[in-house]
Design a protein around this ligand. Structure first.
Ligand code: ATP
Length: 370
């Protein structure tokens, strides 16, 4: 069992730089939690504080009910997989994997059994006598994971473990890590700056920016209900469109004026906006996901009251979908549409969207107000 609690965790580096501010998170036993955010947001610092590689300057780190702030890394029952793999080049795969168990002074037969078990789990049996330089990047990554799991740690930490691999191999290793988690059932905390990795691997995702947690939620909830513009822009690819717009009241109805076009909001959205004090003429940012925009005739017919019009600047064919980059009154809007769209660069097109799926962000606080 390994519950992990981060209570008001702070990190101020000796030079005074505050890298992590009031981080709160309860991780359940067996959960796969991802820390995601842009470079420098404090995700590695937080992971390294959990590992004991970095001092915690404020708050409590609790593992299975015990405060471990002052415990040495080796006494925390945590294993970490690094981006660089950190394998010993002069040792074989077997020796690399045995190493932490020898340090822990386990008996030889137990060491052999654990290494064989991990090698089987990770498909490394035929590579046990090779040195790291005779392995591919993906194989090295598996050895690094093997060296972590032989210890049967309570918590497995991974810091950007796939970022040295090419895109295809990253995809394959993502599936392997998911399988490994299913098989071991261990608690995993995983750091990445890649939102696809976060969305596909995590039970829950912690989105960070500038040392602060922005939102902690399941992948689906982050996608459907981002709390602010930062999360909305970070989760989802291509990125959500942000369009400057103005609110307009006509009787009971509320519209958003996007590029001179009034789009009526649902009664529910209108009521919520009014309740929050938003008024006629107020400027807001409208968020629409590229996949919620469409140029197909049935979409244009169904959502005839919520459309924008513009010139196609760029057309990208991706196989199963196409991306259109459309200039709407000087604002660029991306639409992910069917691959067989007849639209090409230079065309003037209309894009329709379901007005129930739009998000509205406050211009000042950038919070999602719907
Ligand atoms: P990346 O994806 O680039 O690794 P990250 O989100 O993991 O980014 P951290 O490595 O946690 O970011 O760094 C967070 C911030 O703390 C950065 O601004 C970094 O420059 C700063 N930082 C890291 N180590 C130190 C240090 N020893 N002294 C001062 N500042 C540091």
């Amino acid at each position: 069992m390994a519950d992990l609690n981060l209570k008001h965790i702070n990190k101020t580096y000796p030079n005074g730089f505050v890298a992590v501010k009031d981080f709160n998170l309860d991780i359940q036993d067996g959960e796969f939690v991802i820390f995601v955010g842009p470079s420098g947001c404090g995700k590695s610092t937080t992971l390294r504080m959990i590992a004991g590689l970095e001092d915690i300057t404020g708050g409590d780190l609790v593992i299975d009910g015990k405060r471990v702030n002052d415990e040495e890394p080796k006494d925390r029952d945590i294993a970490m997989v690094f981006q660089s793999y950190a394998l010993y080049p002069h040792m074989t795969v077997r020796e690399n994997m045995e190493f932490p168990l020898k340090i822990a002074k386990l008996p030889k037969n137990e060491i052999d059994a654990r290494v064989d078990e991990a090698a089987k789990t990770l498909g490394l049996e035929s590579l046990l006598d090779r040195k790291p330089k005779a392995l591919s990047g993906g194989q090295r990554q598996r050895v690094a994971m093997g060296r972590a799991i032989v210890r049967h740690p309570k918590v497995l930490l991974m810091d950007e473990p796939l970022s040295n691999l090419d895109a295809k191999l990253r995809g394959q290793m993502r599936v392997e890590i998911s399988r490994l988690h299913e098989k071991l059932g261990s608690t995993i905390v995983y750091v990445t700056h890649d939102q696809t990795e976060a969305m596909t691997l995590g039970d829950r995702i912690v989105v960070m920016s500038d040392g602060e947690v922005q939102q902690i939620d399941t992948p689906q909830n982050l996608y459907d209900s981002p709390v602010n513009k930062f999360v909305a822009g970070f989760i989802g690819a291509p990125q959500m469109n942000f369009i400057e717009a103005t609110l307009k009241e006509k009787g009971e109805d509320v519209f958003v004026t996007i590029a001179n076009h009034d789009v009526k909001l649902s009664a529910d959205k209108a009521a919520r906006l009014k309740k929050k004090g938003y008024k006629d003429g107020q400027e807001v940012t409208v968020g629409i996901r590229p996949e919620d925009l469409g140029d197909a005739p049935e979409m244009l017919a169904k959502f005839a009251d919520s459309t924008v019009e513009g010139h196609v600047d760029v057309y990208e064919m991706l196989g199963s979908t196409s991306n259109l980059y459309v200039n709407v009154n000087g604002q660029q809007i991306t639409a992910t549409v069917e691959p067989d769209t007849p639209v090409r660069v230079g065309d003037t097109i209309k894009l329709a969207f379901d007005n129930n799926k739009i998000h509205i962000f406050d211009k000042d606080s950038q919070e999602n107000v719907l």
